[in-house]
Design a protein around this ligand. Structure first.
Ligand SMILES: [Zn+2]
Length: 292
């Protein structure tokens, strides 16, 4: 409760400082959708967990939670939507129930949304190598660098630039800070391997849409390392490659026919398959940033 009060106080302070609106502009969480539907230039106030947060006008975020197999739903493609048993709503089985067209099984790639991509590159990023598993700085930076370069190597665009190292990075879920940060931290939910948050302009005319920031949190609930050497650890390069895929505009795939893709939504200990892009991933990155 303290946090909520603090959040409200911070919101009021920012509002009065910005001069955009007074404290009377506080929007009940329930009215948030309505408020967003209007083209109002005042900052939107959202409830994220216990916090009330301000989102700059027009700026939105999408969060991808990457689960370990067995958590967060499944797709068994048996023609029946078993949501009550934990089948993921994005599975083909559940889409059929809603009379939605079934995902074509040949196209194992999906986007954050139309025209939602980086408009300028190279995209630089910040790595915070601090981890509880005793992994060396070089190991961490190299695994993440290789993940970024994997995407880069399949497009003619010089998509990723350089990285810097900063031991005081933050995973920004309240407001973007203009830095694409990758770090370790504890995410308060079982079975979550990593979480990617993407900030950007997701609505409006195509030319004004785009990604402005992505942050990745590697959940310290798991032991990280090199899955090729030790199948009992979560492979950092494997997961980094997947999360960076979100960072450039690709969405998760839950259909089991796509399980060889880097963007397949689940992973497990020792999984290194996502280090290398598969045919769907390659088609996806080239549709976004061009081939050669
Ligand atoms: Zn994902």
């Amino acid at each position: 409760m303290k946090k909520v009060i603090l959040g409200i106080l911070v919101a009021i302070m920012v509002l009065s400082l910005s001069g955009v609106a007074g404290a009377g502009k506080l929007i009940p969480v329930a009215d948030q959708a309505n408020e967003k539907a209007k083209t109002d230039n005042s900052p939107a106030i959202e409830k994220t967990g216990d916090y009330l947060v301000l989102t700059p006008p027009g700026l939105e975020k999408v969060v991808f939670i990457h689960y370990k197999k067995g958590y967060g739903g499944f797709c068994d493609n048996d023609g029946v939507c078993e949501k009550d048993l934990g089948e993921n709503p994005s599975c083909a089985d559940c889409k059929k129930d809603k009379d939605e067209p079934e995902e074509p099984t040949t196209a194992c790639y999906a986007f954050l949304g139309k025209w939602i991509e980086w408009k300028e590159w190279p995209v630089n990023y910040v790595i915070d190598p601090d981890n509880p598993d005793g992994l060396a700085e070089d190991f961490v930076t190299n695994a993440i660098f290789l993940g970024a370069e994997e995407w880069d190597s399949y497009t003619g665009a010089e998509l990723f630039g350089t990285y810097s190292i900063d031991y005081s990075s933050s995973w920004d879920s309240d407001a973007p800070d203009g830095r694409n940060e990758l770090l370790f931290g504890d995410y308060p939910k079982d079975g979550v391997i990593a979480v990617a948050i993407i900030w950007g302009y997701f609505t409006g005319p195509p030319s004004s849409r785009g990604i402005v920031e992505f942050d990745v949190l590697f959940d310290t609930d798991f032991t990280w390392g090199d899955g090729a050497l030790n199948p009992a650890v979560m492979d950092l390069q494997n997961i980094a490659t997947h999360e960076i895929g979100h960072g450039v505009g690709l969405a998760d795939l839950y259909n089991t026919v796509c399980l060889d893709e880097t963007m397949y939504g689940y992973s497990n200990y020792g999984d290194t398959k996502k280090r290398d892009l598969n045919t769907g991933d390659i088609t996806g990155i080239q549709e976004l940033y061009g081939g050669f």
